[in-house]
Design a protein around this ligand. Sequence first.
Ligand code: IMP
Length: 431
Amino acid sequence: MFDSTTRTLVVVGAQWGDEGKGKLVDVLAEKADWVVRYQGGANAGHTVQIGEKSFVLHQIPSGILHGGVRCAIGNGVVMDPETLFTEVDELVADGVDVEGRLYVSERAHLVMPYHKLVDKASAASKAIGTTGRGIGPAYEDKVARRGVRVLDLRSPERLRELVTTGVERANAQLAWSGSDLRASVEETLAALAGLTPRLLAIADDVGLCIHRAIRNGAAVLLEGAQGSLLDIDHGTYPYVTSSNTTVGGAATGVGISPMALDAALGVVKAYTTRVGNGPLPTEFDEPLQTQVRTLGREFGATTGRARRCGWFDGVVVRYAARVNGLTGLAITKLDVLDTLDRLAVCTGYTIDGEVHTEFPADLQMLDRAEPVYEWFDGWKQSTQDARRLDALPSAARLYLDRLEELCDAPIAYVSVGTRRDQIIGVHATVA
Ligand code: IMP
């Protein structure tokens, strides 16, 4: 994957999140020197299966599971210090050596306890179906230029000032939402004080570290969270998260030049899922909905919510390939489809009698969209032991060939199970 020309690689989700980026990052991190998260926060849930053990990482890059790889949380992330250190302590308890390998950008904004209270109480968050992790309210404070950054922890007076304003505003929002809960300045400061020494010990200028690493020839993997259709600009707005999940967000969220990015791998499921509300044109009806959800164990890693499932949507992934400039695709969970009699792939939408093959920005148009399907025979045998493309049943290869053609990006990986070794590498590189 990494070679003499591909040194900086971005891994993004090319659907609505939960595509299996954690597994891909874990596989690719073996050859990386650095793995950096660039947006989102504890709303993410990257699951990595190693042997019998399953690790769910919310904020720490999946690269941490490879000794020797250095991991960083970039300035574009909104970081929840409480859950960060819970995660660190759990990893250490599981025998993962984190010491000296984890850095946090001093420019990253903090998710405060009051952001989580507001997120959970707000009617707007409920309508979108947020994770309740305080992501939207923390990004709101960032964009409104009143957020608390990691570096503010170095200055107690400034911190008190920012927290006092933040708590006042949050309490007004809680009252407005009809909630009885209130945040407290002293409790917020006390909770932060307990974490400050640990946090400042790993705070650094991450942009500069990564710039220097790239200049010295390091292999750098930038790990996206959520998916392209949840991007604040390019997703199904307003049913999106509050950050730029797409490749453009990687450069700004780490603090390096876009010109430093060499390749972009888009991770997609062999079907489609989304958690939370908002359009999902290819959503299954029952009984297929429950069947695929059960086969794919489609329940959120962060909230445990049941994911909505549907057929592979070629319009969505081709759009994501364009917006991200994907140089390769990783198709995950092919094995989940092993027992189906037949499968459909969406090639366009009929809207008001006209066929559209480009993803519309207007959700009202999407509401009226009827997917145009192409049907495929199921392969009706296990793909889990395949380690080469030619070991897959021919019906599965036909299906994959069509996905590649529709999405206009070459398939670089096919994942056929949850374990690290259950993966087919199609090309040597995706660049
Ligand atoms: P928020 O990011 O918690 O504000 O939630 C906004 C939307 O993004 C909701 O529909 C969430 O379900 C969705 N979302 C956020 N994080 C993830 C994720 O890691 N996977 C899938 N969906 C997510």
